[in-house]
Design a protein around this ligand. Structure first.
Ligand code: NCD
Ligand code: ZN
Length: 356
């Protein structure tokens, strides 16, 4: 038996308020606990988006009554809410800025709209950027100009990891995360993690899956990458297989088995796993330690990922049928047995807002 600290997933789309047919605070936190994740940071692109005091209140009250693991909620940057979000920053996980197009209504195209957020948001919390390629370079320039930390969400490209490396070497306050799907899957139709057999809609994700060259560069520069994050983005199968499929993969429950399999294959060390899934996110997002919290894993258990075993409401996984090694057998959260042998044992509302 292997004992790990509870994992932190800093990038999860909970879908509540507004899209609870995809997921909600109950189902997503069950999925997290079953995957060894004891704390998650929730993204603000809900319906309505979380962008001020009253919408933050909506998300937090749903979380308070339903969450089974610990959490904090991001607020979203809009065209005219820089002062409002700065004033409620201490109750949030941080500020999320959507600088490239994706699922949801929050997006800031004009750089003059970025400026008040960079000027006003407290510097003890990072601004998290959804920014790809050259937009990411612009975001890093903003971090340098405003001398404040930024955290780049879900990097996927070789050019991105190389630029972040160069920025870090020059002392710019930039950190970043990578998702399992950008480490294990490619757009290459013949490669290993090629999603053969998935319908086109099920392959849709932002950032898009990249090339083998990009994936190789991420693995080669793993020391530049601060965190693993799932970007758990559940949509139903009916939506994914529709004419207009929304982008996004579920992932919070498959994170640890995939990483443990990479450890088994010597692509990663257990120390890397703990740094990037516990210690670095805790430091970057200024999160408290969770006392008497740990995850027990049967390192030798080999099995296939099956969506029917997962707790997300969305009912599918891009990793369906993948053989993994390492099963979460028990999770203890703040002194209580929260998950054991496939069963969730803590009630809705046990999860704590770590910003309270
Ligand atoms: C996310 C979603 O569905 O909310 N989709 C995705 O493909 N990652 C939005 C996002 O994180 O960009
Ligand atoms: Zn996301």
């Amino acid at each position: 038996m292997l004992k790990l600290p509870g994992l932190i997933d800093p990038h999860v789309h909970v879908r509540e308020p507004g899209q609870t047919h995809k997921e909600n605070w109950d189902t997503v936190t069950q999925s997290a606990l079953a995957g060894g994740v004891t704390m998650l940071l929730a993204m603000p692109n809900t319906k309505p988006p979380i962008f001020d005091n009253s919408t933050l209140g909506m998300a937090l009250s749903a979380a308070k009554s339903k969450a089974r693991c610990d959490y904090a909620q991001f607020i979203g940057a809009g065209p005219d809410n820089a002062e409002a979000v700065a004033s409620i920053a201490s109750r949030s996980a941080g500020l999320k800025m959507y600088l490239d197009s994706t699922f949801g209504e929050l997006r800031l195209d004009d750089m003059s709209l970025w400026m008040p957020h960079f000027a006003n948001f407290p510097k003890d919390l990072p601004i998290v950027l959804h920014s790809e390629s050259r937009t990411m370079a612009a975001g890093i320039l903003f971090a340098a100009i405003y001398d404040r930390p930024v955290h780049i969400a879900h990097i996927s490209l070789k050019e991105e990891v190389l630029l972040i490396k160069a920025a870090k070497e020059r002392g710019i306050k930039v950190t970043c995360e990578v998702c399992p799907h950008h480490l294990f899957l490619t757009q290459d139709p013949t490669g290993f993690g090629n999603l053969l057999g998935l319908t086109p809609g099920r392959k849709e994700v932002r950032p898009r899956l990249a090339t083998q060259k990009d994936v190789d560069a991420l693995w080669e520069n793993l020391d530049v990458i601060d965190c693993f994050a799932t970007d758990h983005a559940p949509h139903t199968l009916a939506e994914k297989d529709s004419e207009n499929p929304p982008p996004g993969f579920p992932g919070v429950e498959t994170l640890l088995p995939l990483l443990l399999t990479a450890v088994d294959l010597r692509r990663l060390t257990l120390n890397d796993l703990i740094q990037k899934s516990v210690l670095n996110p805790r430091k970057i997002f200024n999160l408290p330690e969770q006392p008497e919290t740990w995850v027990e894993v049967d390192e030798n258990a080999e099995y296939e990922i099956k969506a029917s075993d997962l707790h997300s409401r969305c009912g599918w996984s891009p990793f369906e049928g993948w053989k993994v090694k390492g099963r979460v057998t028990r999770v203890v959260l703040r002194g209580r047995e929260a998950f054991k042998d496939g069963k969730i044992l803590v009630e809705q509302g046990y999860g704590k807002n770590v910003r309270q």
